[in-house]
Design a protein around this ligand. Structure first.
Ligand code: CP3
Length: 353
C-alpha cells in the first residue's frame, strides 16, 4: 500500500521500483537487473562488438546506447546499467590500458613507486562529453526505466594499477599499502576524486541511481578495510553530494565487511552469494536496502535448480528493508540468455502485488 503523501509515479525513473526499493519504499514487484547483463552472453552484443576494441566501444555514444539497451529489451529487466568499464576514467585521463578478452584490464606502466603515484593524472571532466551524450541518449530512450551509472571504487582500481592486471592474491597491492601508507592514501584520494567526477557526469546527465563497484575489497581484513580503504570509498559518496540519486555499494567476498560497508554512505549494499540475504540484512543493519545475490553459476544448472534458488533468494530478501534482485556477481559469458529472461519473469511473478 502506498500512502497518499507518497504518490507513485511509475512513469518517472526517479519513482521506479528500483529507486523505491533502494529507498525502502513500497514496490509493485521486486526490481531485477543483472550485473554484466550487457555483454558476451548476448549474441546481439557479440555481433555489434565485432571488430571494435572494448575501450573504444565504451567511448562511442551510439554503441554505448545500443549495447546498454540490448538486455533491457531482451530480458525486461527493471534497470539498465551503462555499458562502460571501471578502468575507463583512467583511460580518459591518459593511461595506457587495454582490456584483453578473457583476461581483463592490462596496464602498460603499473604503479610501483611513490613517484608513480604522484604522476597519476586526474580525470578532467571536460574529456567526458562522450559520456554525457551517451547517458542523455539512454535516458531519452529508456523513458520510465532507470539508468544505473557506475564507477570503480578506489581500492579495486588501485589493484589493477599496482598489479598491472588482474590478480588473485593482490599481494603487490597489499605490500604497497603496508609499506607506503602516505603514498597509498594519496593514490586512493586521487582515485576517489576521479570516481566522483565520473559519477557526477553520469548523474548530471540523468542517471537515476549509481553503483560503486569495489569488486576486490573482499581480499582485505575488516581492520585493513576500515582504516585503509573505507574512508576513500566514503570520500566518493561525499563528493557526489546529491542524495536524490540512490547509491549502491558492491563487492565480492565481503561477508566479513558488511557491517563496515553498510556505513560507507550508500543506500543499498550489494551482496555476493556467500551470505544469505537475511543474514546480510542483520550484518548491514537497519536503514539500508540489499541487492543480490543469486550465484551466477546457478544459471548454468537445470531449470528446477534455478527456480529453487531464485525462490530462496526472494524469500531471504524479504528480511531486508528493500530488495533489488541481482546475481552475486556478473553474468558468466557462457550463460544461456534465456535463463536470465526466465529469472527476471520469475522474480516479477513471485513478488507481484
Ligand atoms: O552490463 C554491465 O554490467 C555493464 C558493463 C560493465 C562492464 N564492466 C563491461 C565489460 C561493468 C559494470 C563493468 C565493471 C567492471 N569492469 C568491473 C566491476 C564489476 C565486476 O565484475 O566485479 C571490473 C572488475 C571490471 C574489469 C574488467 N573488465 C574485467 C575483469 C573484464 C572481463 C575480462 C574478460 O574478458 O573476461 C572486463 C571486460 C569487460 N567489461 C567486458 C564487458 C562487457 C568483456 C569485454 C568484451 O566483451 O570484449
Amino acid at each position: 500500500m502506498t500512502a497518499a503523501s507518497d504518490p507513485v509515479r511509475p512513469d518517472l525513473p526517479s519513482d521506479s521500483n528500483l529507486v523505491r526499493a533502494a529507498r525502502g519504499l513500497p514496490v509493485s514487484h521486486t526490481p531485477v537487473w543483472f550485473m554484466r547483463q550487457a555483454g558476451r552472453s548476448l549474441p546481439e552484443y557479440r555481433a555489434l562488438r565485432a571488430g571494435t576494441a572494448m575501450l573504444d566501444a565504451c567511448q562511442d555514444p551510439d554503441l554505448v546506447t545500443e549495447i546498454t539497451l540490448q538486455p533491457v529489451r531482451r530480458h525486461g529487466v527493471d534497470a539498465a546499467i551503462l555499458f562502460s568499464d571501471i578502468v575507463l576514467p583512467l583511460v580518459v585521463a591518459g593511461l595506457d590500458i587495454e582490456i584483453k578478452p578473457g583476461v581483463g584490464p592490462v596496464i602498460a606502466d603499473p604503479i610501483r613507486s611513490v613517484a608513480d603515484v604522484d604522476a597519476l593524472p586526474l580525470l578532467d571532466p571536460s574529456h567526458l562529453d562522450f559520456l554525457t551524450t551517451a547517458v542523455r541518449s539512454l535516458v531519452r530512450e529508456l523513458g520510465p526505466i532507470p539508468l544505473i551509472g557506475f564507477a570503480g571504487a578506489p581500492f579495486t582500481l588501485a589493484t589493477y594499477l599496482i598489479e598491472g592486471g588482474p590478480s588473485k592474491e593482490h599481494a603487490r597491492t597489499k605490500a604497497f599499502m603496508y609499506a607506503e601508507p602516505a603514498a597509498w592514501a594519496r593514490l586512493m584520494e586521487r582515485l576517489a576524486l576521479s570516481a566522483a567526477t565520473f559519477l557526477k557526469v553520469q548523474m548530471d546527465a540523468g542517471a537515476a541511481a549509481v553503483q560503486l563497484f569495489d569488486s576486490w575489497a573482499g581480499v582485505l581484513s575488516a581492520a585493513d578495510y576500515e582504516t585503509l580503504v573505507l574512508p576513500h570509498s566514503r570520500e566518493v559518496f561525499e563528493a557526489i553530494g546529491s542524495r536524490d540519486v540512490p547509491r549502491i555499494h558492491f563487492g565480492v567476498g565481503t561477508g566479513e565487511l558488511l557491517p563496515l560497508i553498510g556505513n560507507a554512505g550508500a543506500d543499498v549494499v550489494g551482496v555476493d552469494w556467500r551470505v544469505p540475504l537475511d543474514e546480510a540484512a542483520r550484518r548491514v543493519g537497519p536503514g539500508r536496502s540489499l541487492q543480490g545475490n543469486l550465484d551466477p553459476a546457478v544459471l548454468l544448472a537445470d531449470r528446477a535448480t534455478v527456480d529453487r534458488e531464485v525462490r530462496r533468494v526472494v524469500e531471504q530478501g524479504r528480511a531486508a528493508r528493500g530488495h533489488i534482485f541481482n546475481l552475486g556477481h556478473g553474468v558468466l559469458p557462457d550463460t544461456d540468455p534465456g535463463a536470465l529472461t526466465h529469472v527476471a519473469d520469475l522474480v516479477h511473478e513471485l513478488t507481484a502485488g
